[in-house]
Design a protein around this ligand. Sequence first.
Ligand SMILES: [Mn+2]
Length: 501
Amino acid sequence: MAGSNKELFDTAEHIAERFKEQKFNKVLIISHIDADGLSAASIASTALQREGLAYEIKFIKQLDEAVIADLKGVLGSSGAADLGILFWFMDLGSGMVKNISQFKPVITDHHAPSLDNYDVPIQARTDLLSLGDALTKQIDEFHLNPHLFDLDGTFDISGAGTVYLVARALNPNNTDLAHLAVIGAVGDLQDSMFRRLTGTNRKILEDAVNVGKIDAKTDISSYGRETRSLQTLLMYTIDPDIPGLSMNEVNCIKFLKKLNIQLSTDGRPRHWVDLTIDERRSILSELMELMLAKGIGHKEANRLFGEAYILPDETVGTSLHDAKEFATLLNSCGKYNRPEIGHNICLGDREEQLKSAYQLLKEHRSILMNGMQFVRGLGINDHGAIQYFDAGDKIPDNIIGTIINMILNNVEVDQNKPLFGFVLAEEGDRLKVSARTTRDLVKKGLNLSTVMKQISDIFGSGSVGGGHDIAAGATIPLGKQEEFLKYADEIVKEQFGIQNI
Ligand SMILES: [Mn+2]
C-alpha cells in the first residue's frame, strides 16, 4: 500500500521551479486556520519572503463555495495570470480541485482528494476532451498530495510538511523551518498511531534535528509534559487506558504519593519536565507494572511511551518547548479567529503576541471543559452502526471535532461505532457535522471522509464534506439531520460489509 515519497519531492521541485520562473506580482496563500495550516502558511511566507516574493495570506475555516466565490472576486473578469497573482492553496484544496482549477493554483495538501476531481462530463467529451486533458495535466502538475502517490495523508505528511518540501526545494537554507512542519504534523496527530513520526515526516524531522531546532526523545507519550500538573497529566492519559488512573484524579494523586513523588515545590505544582530522571523512571515502570498486572498486553502498554519533540531554543515548562503543546497554542489562535497571532508566534514573536496567545489558550481550555460537560449531560444517542449527539447552538462550531475526540477517547463511550456530533454553524444558517473514530475501525473498512463526501454529494449545493478516514466533517443544510443520520448509518454499514435488513 505504501508508495514512495520520491514523487513528492519531485513534485515539490517542480512547484519550486514555477515560483522561480513564472512572472507574478504576489502569491496569495490560502490556508487552513488550524495548527497545521498556520505552520504551513508560516513556512510558505518565510520562504517566499526569503526569495524576495510578495505574498498575502487568507486563513479560512474550510474551502467551500462561499470562499471560492470570494476568491473569484479577486480574479474579476481577467484571469489569474493577467492579474499577476499566483494562488497557493495549502492544507486544503485537494478535495475541491475541480472548483478551484480556474485559479491555476499550486496545491500542497494532505487531505484525501475527491474521486470526481478530474471527470469531464460525458456529453462534453467530444468538445472538451483536449481541453479537459490539458486542464487535468496542469492541475496535477502543481498538486502535491501524498494520496496521489499512494501514501497515507493521515500520518505520512501534513499540510505544513507538503509546504516545507516546496520551501526546501526553493532554497536548501529553509531547513531551518523544518520544526514548523513537525509542529504541523503533531498538531494533526500524525504521530499518534505509531507514537512517533514516520514516512516523509521522518525525513522532515531529520532536517529539524540536524539544524538543532528539535530534540527527539522517547518519553511518556501523555500530553502536557511541559504545562500540566502531574496528576492532570496522568488523569488525562486515556490512550492507553490506565486502569484506575485514567479520568480519576484522586487515584492519580494516591499513586504519585505512594511513589514519594512531590506534587509541588514552594507551592507550585511540579510538571513532568521538572521531575528527575529517576522519578520519571519510577513512575513509568510502576505504570507498566500496573497495566500488565491488569492483563493489558505489552503492545498496548507500550503506548505509554512515545517520541517527544522538544524545541531546545524555547523556555522549559512553556507550551513552546514541546511540539504538541506548541500546536495546541496555535490551534487556540485559529479557533478564536486570531490566526495572525499564531502566524507571528511561528515567525518568532515572543512578546505581546505570545501573551495574547496564552490568554486565548486559557479561554480555549475553559470552553472545552464546558463543552465536554454539556455533552456528558446530553448523552450519546445510538443510531444503528453509528452514534451521535446534537449540541444545537450550545458548543462553538470550531471546537466540535476536538470535543468529539475527547469524548470518544473517554472509556465510557462505545469504541465500536464512529461518533458524530451536530452543531449549528457559527453563521446560524447551516448545520456543521463532525465525526471521529478509532484506528481499529478504520482498519475494518470505515472511512469517514467518504461518508461525509457521499452525503454532501447527495445533498448537493450548500453542502460540503470531507477530511480523513479517521476524522472528517461536513456542512449541511438546516433540517437535514435525520436524513444525514439515515445515510450515514447506511454508508457505514456498507463500508463494514454489513447487509441492510
Ligand atoms: Mn492538516
